[in-house]
Design a protein around this ligand. Structure first.
Ligand code: NFS
Ligand code: SF4
Length: 621
C-alpha cells in the first residue's frame, strides 16, 4: 500500500487512515491499489461497448471497430455519454425540487413550504410569468409548469436562457448548441451514440456541449433556484468544518448525498424535543447533524450546519466510531459506506428509490410523509447511541471556523444593492478577475493538495476565488474561508474583502449551485454589455472524478469560461476530440479546456488569460 502521507494533506484523514489499517478496514485507497494499472484502452477512451458486434478496442494496429467506427467516433461517443450521465444526475435532482413544489402547490404537504416568496416572484418575472396581483400559489403553479416544461420537447430553449447575454445566445444558435429541453438533449445524446448514428466526432461534441448547457442553465439552475425558494436564500454566516464537528457526547447523524429535500427534514426532526429528550435518556447531551459532500453544502449554506468532510472523508467519518447514522439520498455515495458502517454500530439509511444500497435500511422518502419519515430516521439514529462502543471512538481534531452563505442575492445585498461596486473593483484592478474552483477528490491525487494550492496561488494574484462542492471543505480546512484569510491574498483583495469583512475565497454552495456562478457571470457580462467570454474569469476542477464534474466543465466552457482540469477525461485516444477540447472550442465558443497538473502553472495560465481579457476590455492588466 502507498504510505498514508502520500494519500492526503490532512491530519484528520491521516489519523483515520491509520485507524482503518489498524482495524483491518479497507478504504477507497486500498481498492485503487488493487485496480491499478488501469486498462489503457479505457483510459484513452478507445473501447466501445455500444453493441454486441463488439465490444471493440481500437488502436493504431486495429484502427476500426467491427462496425467501422474509428477512434474519433468512439472517443466522442464515450465522452458524450459520460457528460450526459452527469447532466442527468444534476437535472433529475432539479426535477425532484419541482416535484416538491408541486406537492406544495397541490396542498399535498405541509412539511415543505415556500420560504422565499420574493425569490419565487423574482424568478417568475425573469421567465415571463405574470406576478402582479396574483397570489403566491398561483405564481408558484405557473413556475412549476414552466420548469416541468423545461424538461420536455415543446420549447425552443430552456427558460433560464433569459439570463444569458444575447451575443452568447446567438453564438449557440449558430452552432446548433441552444439547449431546448433537458430530457430531450439527454435522450438525443443516447440516440446519437447508438451504433450507426452520429458518426462525426465534432458534431457529437457539439451535442455534448448542448446537453451540458441544458444542465447548467436548465436542470442545475432549476435545482438551485427552487431549493432557495423552498428552504431559503443563503446568507453569510459562520460554521465549522473537519472531522472535529463529530461530537463524542452527542448522537451524530451525517447527511450525505445532494438533495436538501431529505437533509433539511432530518435536520428539522433532529430538533424535535421528544427525540432530543430520548437522546438524553440514553446518555447523550443532544443530537448533532453534520454534512458530507453536497447535501452538506446545502445545509451549510442555508442553515450553517457544520461540514464533516468532502468525498474522500466520507468513509473516514464513519471510522471515527462515533457516527450513529449516515443518511443518504443520491450521488457520490460510495457503496463501501454500507460495509464500513457494518464494522461499527452505524446505521446506513438510504432514502431514494432511485439510489438503493444493498444492506441499507430503506425509506422511500416522499414529500407527503417527509417529516414523519425523518422522525423515524432520527429515532433509529438515537437508539443506535446505546450500541456505540466508546473504546472505538476517536475524533482526531478540533473543528476549524469557516464562513459560508454567499448566494448572489447575499453578495448583492452586501454590496449595497447592486453589482456596481464589484464592477468598479474589477475595473480598478483590486479584483483582477475571478475563478470558480469546483468539484471533487480523486484517490489518484493526494487529497485536496491541488484544490488548496490553486486557491492559494490565485488569491495571491488578486483573483477572487469562488468554491463549491467538495472544494469547499478543502478551502475551509486550509483556513481560506474566514475573513482573516485576506492575509494570504494580494493587496487588492485585502482592500476589497477587508472592507467588506469577507474571505478572499467565497463559498458559493453545492455543485448544482455552480448555476449561481453562471448567473453571476451572465449578470456581469450584461452589466458591461459584453459576452461572458470577454470577462476576466475562469473555472477549475483540479481533483475531479465524476461525470457531473465533466458536465460542469463542459457547460462552463460552452458558456465562454476558460476551464482548467487537473487531469484529462478519457479522450486522449482521439486527436480530433482532444484538439477540439483544448484549442478548437476557442474559435467556436470563445473558451477551451486546459489540462495542467501543476497548480503554480495553472494559476499562471489563469493570470495570463485574465491579463488578456482585461486588456481587451480596456482595463489595466
Ligand atoms: Ni460535485 Fe457533489 Fe463532491 Fe464531486 Fe461528488 S459530492 S455534485 S461530484 S465528489 S464535488
Ligand atoms: Fe464495436 Fe461499433 Fe459495436 Fe462499438 S458500435 S461495439 S465500435 S461494432
Amino acid at each position: 500500500p502507498r504510505p498514508i502521507d502520500e494519500l492526503t494533506i490532512w491530519d484528520d484523514a491521516k489519523a483515520m487512515l491509520r485507524k482503518a489499517r489498524a482495524e483491518g478496514i479497507q478504504t477507497v485507497h486500498d481498492r485503487l491499489d488493487r485496480q491499478t494499472p488501469h486498462c489503457k484502452f479505457c483510459e484513452l477512451g478507445t473501447t466501445c461497448r455500444n453493441c454486441t458486434m463488439g465490444p471493440c478496442r481500437v488502436s493504431e494496429k486495429n484502427p476500426l471497430g467491427v462496425c467501422g467506427a474509428d477512434a474519433d467516433v468512439i472517443v466522442a461517443r464515450n465522452f458524450g455519454r459520460f457528460v450526459t450521465g452527469g447532466a442527468a444526475g444534476h437535472s433529475d435532482h432539479g426535477r425532484d425540487l419541482i416535484e416538491v413544489l408541486e406537492a406544495i402547490v397541490e396542498g399535498e404537504t405541509k412539511d415543505y413550504r415556500i420560504v422565499a416568496e420574493d425569490k419565487l416572484r423574482a424568478i417568475a418575472g425573469e421567465v415571463g410569468i405574470q406576478t402582479e396581483g396574483r397570489s403566491t400559489m398561483e405564481v408558484a403553479r405557473d413556475v412549476m409548469d414552466c420548469f416541468f416544461a423545461d424538461f420536455g420537447s415543446r420549447k425552443k430553449e430552456v427558460s433560464f436562457l433569459a439570463r444569458v447575454p444575447q451575443v452568447r445566445k446567438d453564438k449557440w444558435a449558430g452552432l446548433k448548441m441552444t439547449p431546448r429541453g433537458v430530457d430531450r438533449e439527454i435522450a438525443e445524446m443516447m440516440h446519437r451514440t447508438h451504433m450507426g448514428c452520429d458518426n462525426d466526432a465534432p458534431n457529437t461534441m457539439i451535442h455534448a456541449a448542448r446537453t451540458a448547457l441544458a444542465d447548467g442553465w436548465g436542470g442545475s439552475m432549476i435545482g438551485t433556484e427552487l431549493s432557495d425558494v423552498i428552504f431559503g436564500v443563503p446568507t453569510p454566516k459562520m460554521s465549522t468544518a473537519n472531522l472535529g464537528v463529530i461530537k463524542a457526547d452527542k448522537v451524530n447523524i451525517l447527511v450525505h448525498g445532494h438533495n436538501p429535500v431529505v437533509s433539511e427534514m432530518i435536520l428539522a426532526a433532529s430538533r424535535e424535543p421528544e427525540l432530543v429528550n430520548r437522546a438524553k435518556e440514553l446518555g447523550a447531551t443532544g443530537i448533532n447533524v453534520a454534512g458530507l459532500c453536497c447535501t452538506g453544502n446545502e445545509l451549510l449554506m442555508r442553515q450553517g450546519i457544520p461540514m464533516a468532510g468532502n468525498h474522500l472523508m466520507t468513509e473516514l467519518a464513519i471510522i471515527t466510531g462515533a457516527v450513529e447514522a449516515i443518511v443518504v439520498d443520491y450521488q457520490c455515495i460510495m457503496p463501501s459506506l454500507v460495509q464500513i458502517s457494518g464494522c461499527y454500530h452505524t446505521k446506513f439509511i438510504d432514502t431514494a428509490n432511485k439510489a438503493r444500497f444493498t444492506g441499507a435500511i430503506h425509506f422511500d422518502f416522499q414529500p407527503r410523509t417527509a417529516m414523519k419519515q425523518a422522525r423515524e430516521i432520527v429515532s433509529i439514529a438515537v437508539e443506535a447511541f446505546a450500541q456505540r462502543d466508546p473504546g472505538r471512538v476517536d475524533i482526531p481534531c478540533e473543528p476549524i471556523e469557516i464562513m459560508t452563505g454567499f448566494s448572489n442575492e447575499a453578495v448583492i445585498a452586501a454590496l449595497g444593492g447592486s453589482l456596481d461596486p464589484m464592477v468598479q473593483a474589477i475595473a480598478a484592478g483590486d479584483i483582477r478577475g475571478a475563478v470558480g474552483i469546483v468539484g471533487c477528490n480523486n484517490p489518484k491525487i493526494k487529497q485536496d493538495s491541488m484544490n488548496v494550492k490553486l486557491a492559494e496561488e490565485l488569491i495571491k494574484k488578486d483573483i477572487l476565488v469562488l468554491v463549491t462542492g467538495c472544494v469547499t471543505t478543502a478551502a475551509g480546512k486550509a483556513g481560506l474561508l474566514v475573513p482573516g484569510a485576506i492575509e494570504k491574498a494580494g493587496p487588492g483583495l485585502q482592500k476589497v474583502c477587508g472592507s467588506l469583512g469577507i474571505p478572499p475565497v467565497l463559498h458559493y454552495g453545492s455543485c448544482v449551485d455552480n448555476a449561481r456562478i453562471l448567473q453571476l457571470c451572465a449578470a456581469l457580462a450584461n452589466a458591461l454589455k459584453v459576452d461572458i467570454s470577454d470577462l476576466p474569469v475562469g473555472a477549475s476542477s483540479p481533483e475531479w472524478y465524476s461525470e457531473k464534474a465533466a458536465a460542469i466543465g463542459l457547460y462552463a466552457v460552452a458558456s465562454g469560461i476558460y476551464t482548467h482540469l487537473g487531469h484529462p477525461p478519457n479522450i486522449l485516444g482521439s486527436k480530433t476530440v482532444t484538439d477540439l477540447a483544448v484549442s478548437g472550442l476557442e474559435d467556436l465558443v470563445g473558451a477551451t479546456f486546459f489540462i495542467e497538473p501543476d497548480m503554480v502553472k495553472a494559476a499562471d495560465m489563469f493570470d495570463q488569460r485574465i491579463r488578456t481579457k482585461r486588456k481587451a476590455l480596456g482595463l489595466s492588466e
